[in-house]
Ligand binder design. Structure first.
Ligand code: NAD
Length: 334
């Protein structure tokens, strides 16, 4: 029988994880939890997901026309694993619920490493999550960084990573965050926390990061500068990246994040998502012995296949990370 997955928090990440789990043949969604009967809850109901809600919101859900399947506690009781996709900081409060119910749980990058004790990226440390009760799938930026740093380290040994993260300031459906006309160094104190977060997956990597927020909703863009132990050429790096299933080499006249998002739509991806890191092939350069390149990261979707692999590792449905990655990719159409 299939592994029973519940989604607690059906927003940007939660609704995507639900759909990605649904297309796998070894796991299924037994319910999603939504706090409010908004349009996303109606779509979830129309898609056939059982909609659960907080105990004090059951009446509101029923009155709005979405028959509540029960409370969040009812949903958790039926699940093998809960994927917690509530806003950063809320997921932490749910830990006691999961412990009490004896259910496995996955948190997202908005929570601290210590909450789960295991921070996850499928390519870099799949085996670390095997059989674990609690796992944290790292943030969109950290996922994007691990996907390129890990193979480079395996192949050439990474001596030092310097990265500047140019971050989207809000998701496309977010009308509350900004700026809408400024560039914001964030945080101003350096280096930023993004480098240390990569170490939650790859502890031995020497990395320093800085970050700014830009008035865009589309994607993050990273400028990387990496010193390596062994000598290699730009062509070696391009060939290495081309072998990574979750790294897409881009060119063909794509000169911006806007065109990458258009490509996602043209490819017929659900919601126009771009699950892979997008590395500009022409940017991959060796200059004075150091590697430079640009990559764009679709914040709303790059962590989605990683959540599927995390479920498979925790439930020990597959012990080989490469096989899980291939299975997830094939089912999603990646
Ligand atoms: P979101 O605000 O889009 O969705 C969160 C959902 O949780 C909303 O539907 C909200 O109604 C619901 N919710 C709030 N409190 C709840 C509760 N107590 N119980 C159940 N549901 C509740 O947030 P998001 O962008 O999907 O982020 C979720 C997590 O994923 C965060 O940790 C975030 O840091 C991380 N993350 C976000 C992105 C991104 O770019 N959006 C990327 C990677 C990781």
């Amino acid at each position: 029988s299939k592994v029973k997955v519940a989604i607690n928090g059906y927003g940007t990440i939660g609704k995507r994880v639900a759909d990605a789990v649904t297309v796998q043949d070894d796991m299924e969604i037994i319910g999603i939890a939504k706090t409010r009967p908004n349009y996303e809850a109606f779509v979830a109901h129309d898609k056939g997901y059982d909609v659960y809600t907080l105990a004090d919101k059951v009446d509101a859900m029923n009155k709005a026309g979405i028959p509540a399947a029960g409370t969040v506690d009812d949903m958790i009781a039926k699940a093998d694993v809960v994927v917690d996709c509530t806003p950063g900081g809320i997921g932490e409060k749910n830990k006691a619920l999961y412990e009490k119910a004896g259910v496995k749980a996955i948190w997202q990058g908005g929570e601290d490493h210590e909450l789960a004790g295991c921070s996850f990226n499928a390519e870099a440390n799949y085996t670390e999550a095997l059989g674990k009760d609690f796992v944290r799938v790292v943030s969109c930026n950290t996922t994007g960084l691990c996907r390129v740093i890990y193979p480079l380290d395996q192949e050439y040994g990474v001596k030092k990573v310097r990265v500047t993260l140019m971050r989207r300031s809000a998701d496309p459906n977010d009308v509350k965050n900004g700026p809408i006309n400024a560039i914001v160094p964030n945080p101003i104190k350096l280096p930023s926390h993004h480098g240390p977060d990569v170490k939650s997956v790859l502890p031995h990597i020497n990395i320093a990061s800085t970050a700014v927020k830009l008035p865009t909703t589309l994607m993050h863009l990273h400028t990387l500068n990496i010193e390596m132990e062994k000598e290699c050429t730009a062509d070696d790096v391009k060939a290495l990246f081309a072998k990574q299933s979750r790294v897409r080499m881009i060119g063909q006249g794509i000169g911006s994040t806007a065109e990458i998002m258009e490509l996602g739509k043209d490819l017929g991806r659900p919601r126009g998502d771009m699950w892979e890191n997008c590395v500009w092939e022409d940017s991959v350069t060796m200059y004075e012995g150091e590697l430079y390149f640009f990559q764009a990261i679709h914040q709303e979707s790059d962590v989605i296949p990683e959540n599927v692999d995390a479920i498979r590792a925790m439930m020990e449905l597959e012990t080989d990370g490469a096989k899980s990655i291939a299975k997830t990719n094939k089912a999603m159409g990646l």
